[in-house]
Structures are given as structure tokens and as C-alpha cells.
Design a protein around this ligand. Structure first.
Ligand SMILES: [Zn+2]
Length: 140
């Protein structure tokens, strides 16, 4: 006899079905073992065929429930994955729109450049009429 109870994360329903399936396995196994060991006069109440059938039915139901639990858990996982993807996308969209907004704000806040040119060597701003850079002395 095997205990196949599995705890499915994120899916309470799948866990419940899994528990029920395990119960059926246990019942099927109990009938088989009970019949073999002749517990509580089981052999008197049941024929061999009946016992085998009962055990087989219970184990089959247990197997079916197990498969169902797996499918339910899988579907739930997919749904969660889709939801996570959607929320990630939404977060990405927000993140993408935020820098655009801050960029816009920065460009509007930036003071207008004062008239003048920049030194080609050091980049210092100088007045239009200057012949030499005040910092590095480069010819302008
Ligand atoms: Zn310079």
C-alpha cells in the first residue's frame, strides 16, 4: 500500500482532492489486507471476487482523484502564472511611464542656458566675445 497524499502549494482544492484520493487508496488497501488476513470475518461476508472488485474500485477512484488533483493544481498554477505575468507587465508599464514623467519634469525645471559658447578643450562656458578660455587658456 502506498500513501500518495501530496500537499499542493497554492491550491487548497487540489490538496483536498489529494487527501480524498489517499483515503480511497487506504480503504482499497484495507479491504485487500483485511481479506487476506481475514480481519473481522471479512472472508465470511465477502467473496474473493467481491473483495478484489471493492479494493480495485477504491484504488481506481483514488487514482482518478489523484489525477484530478494534479490537473486542478496545474490549472491553478497556470492561472497564478498568468496573473503574475500580468501584474509584472503592469509594474513594467508603470516603471516605463515613470522615467518619462520625471524626464519631462527635469527638462521643464532645467534653467534656460545663458548665452555663450563652451570651450572645446575643457568645456567651460565663456561669453561670445572671449578669445581665450578663462580656465585652460585654449584659443576659442
Ligand atoms: Zn577651456
Amino acid at each position: 500500500m502506498f500513501i500518495v497524499f501530496k500537499r499542493y502549494t497554492h491550491s487548497f482544492l487540489a490538496t483536498c482532492i489529494s487527501v480524498v484520493s489517499t483515503l480511497f487508496y487506504v480503504l482499497g488497501g484495507f479491504i485487500a489486507i483485511g481479506y487476506i488476513l481475514d480481519l473481522e470475518g471479512l472472508r465470511r461476508d465477502m467473496s474473493l471476487v467481491e473483495a478484489i472488485l471493492a479494493a480495485a474500485v477504491f484504488i481506481l477512484i483514488g487514482f482518478g482523484a489523484m489525477k484530478l488533483a494534479e490537473r486542478v493544481a496545474l490549472r491553478k498554477q497556470k492561472k497564478l502564472a498568468v496573473r503574475a505575468g500580468a501584474s509584472r507587465q503592469a509594474a513594467g508599464g508603470q516603471a516605463a511611464s515613470r522615467p518619462a514623467q520625471s524626464h519631462q519634469a527635469a527638462s521643464t525645471q532645467r534653467p534656460a542656458p545663458i548665452s555663450g559658447d563652451f570651450c572645446p578643450k575643457c568645456g567651460l562656458r565663456h561669453e561670445p566675445g572671449d578669445a581665450f578660455c578663462a580656465r585652460c587658456g585654449a584659443k576659442l
